[in-house]
Design a protein around this ligand. Structure first.
Ligand SMILES: [Zn+2]
Length: 166
């Protein structure tokens, strides 16, 4: 079988297998979905590729590219599902999903002009994202504080040592 002769990804030119609509290296979706059912199908594939990339189980999958090329659905239900999935990844420390979450919520805001229910759900998700970001900041500062205290302790001990010697 000659993989060079087969179809290639339009984005990263990795060979594509016939039964896949999403590039397993860069996550680029190879066709535009026309209906919500199709969006769901493509997102299901993309999420599989993304989970492989997160777990570094894919064939040289590039997580950053996969997340960047992630499909943004037009269906409000799918949009919320995808945003929730991003939040879960962020809670696991996969910060690459921050941008995707923002993009999804921005689209939700646009669609919410016609769908008031979506506006409320997007707001809940945005709040959760903000709380998560605030928690991360606290942890970073907590860690930094601990380091500074450690440095202070060492400096104190050295000073004590010097004063004893002197
Ligand atoms: Zn690709």
């Amino acid at each position: 079988m000659d993989s060079l002769a087969g179809p290639k990804c339009g984005s990263c030119s990795a060979p594509l297998s016939a039964e896949w609509n999403v590039c397993r290296r860069c996550g680029m979706v190879q066709r535009q979905p026309s209906a919500a059912a199709e969006e769901r199908e493509l997102l299901h594939e993309w999420n599989m590729v993304a989970s492989w990339a997160v777990g570094a189980r894919g064939p040289d999958a590039d997580l950053q590219a996969v997340v960047r090329n992630g499909l943004l659905p037009n269906d409000p239900e799918l949009l919320v599902e995808e945003a929730e999935r991003c939040l879960r990844y962020l809670r696991e420390g996969q910060s690459q999903f921050q941008r995707r979450l923002e993009a999804l919520l921005t689209r939700a805001d646009l669609l919410a002009l016609k769908e008031p229910v979506l506006a409320r759900r997007a707001e809940v998700l945005r709040k959760a994202a903000q709380e998560l970001a605030a928690r991360d900041r606290r942890e970073t500062w907590g860690c930094l504080g601990g380091m500074l205290a450690g440095v202070g302790l060492i400096a104190g001990l050295i000073a004590l040592g010097i004063s004893r010697c002197g």
